[in-house]
Design a binder for this molecule. Structure first.
Ligand code: 13P
Length: 256
């Protein structure tokens, strides 16, 4: 059985101080829980080092929200995978729709970043998702498989089985509009079936697929209960202690 994974994408929010308060609050609840799911927080870069220090010897892992695929060089403003591993990061979100929309990320850069992440022992959380227009015109599944095809060029099956795909419909991000559990499951199943067609049963059955887009305590259990959904990538609700904890509890219930 795949272990559920809940990741909090803090986006460009908070400070080192506010992030520390959040993590300390998570720690104090999680230390008394037997966790049957993985938990990751992805703070802004400046708060990562403190987050790693505060989560040492806890069940929480730390991820970055993006990275460059080069190791070093004249790439002003970028952060390399080496810099992330130096501070103790284990996961990295790649190809979030906000990165694709505002910072020009493409399937090609996503592919390069996935390879670079594995080269540096970082686990990629690879985001795919359709716009409202694509959904309404019936192109959702075609679009998602084309994003995946581009993302996975020359990525070997041993790596694909370890990565995490996050299905995040753009129209559900930060809008309060969640995909229904059926809508989310339909696409997550398609993702798994597509990986099966590109690789094999073993790889498809191992890859973990998250849903993201307005996940909250009130809808988490229903979404996470779907057979092809193995976790959630949570934005806004990951900044609210009770909300994030309740989502983790829902995943724990499913994973137990
Ligand atoms: P919200 O949960 O705020 O909709 O954000 C989802 C997201 O983009 C996580 O990466």
């Amino acid at each position: 059985m795949r272990k559920p994974i809940i990741a909090g994408n803090w986006k460009m929010n908070g400070t080192i101080a506010s992030g520390s308060i959040l993590i300390e609050a998570f720690n104090s609840v999680l230390q008394d829980m037997e966790l049957s799911c993985d938990v990751v927080v992805c703070p802004p870069f400046t708060a990562i080092e403190r987050a790693v220090a505060l989560t040492r010897d806890t069940a929480i892992a730390v991820g970055a929200q993006t990275m460059d695929y080069h190791d070093a060089g004249a790439f002003t403003g970028e952060i390399s995978p080496l810099m992330l591993t130096e501070v103790g990061v284990n996961y990295v979100i790649i190809g979030h729709s906000e990165r694709r929309e505002y910072y020009g990320e493409t399937d090609e850069t996503v592919n390069a970043k996935i390879k670079s992440a594995f080269h540096h022992n970082l686990t990629p959380i690879v985001c795919v998702g359709e716009s409202l227009e694509q959904r309404e015109s019936g192109h959702t599944l075609d679009w998602i498989t084309s994003q995946l095809k581009g993302a996975l060029v020359d990525v070997p099956k041993e790596q694909v089985s370890q990565l995490i795909v996050a299905y995040e419909p753009i129209w559900a991000i930060g809008t309060g509009k969640t995909a229904t559990a059926d809508q989310a499951e339909e696409v997550c199943k398609e993702i798994r079936d597509y990986i099966r067609s590109l690789y094999d049963d073993e790889t498809a059955d191992a890859v973990r697929i998250q849903y993201g887009g307005s996940v909250k305590s009130e809808n988490a259990l229903e979404i996470l209960g779907e057979p092809n959904i193995d976790g959630a990538l949570v934005g806004g609700a990951s900044l609210v202690v009770d909300e994030f904890i309740d989502i983790i509890k829902a995943a724990n219930q499913i994973g137990a």
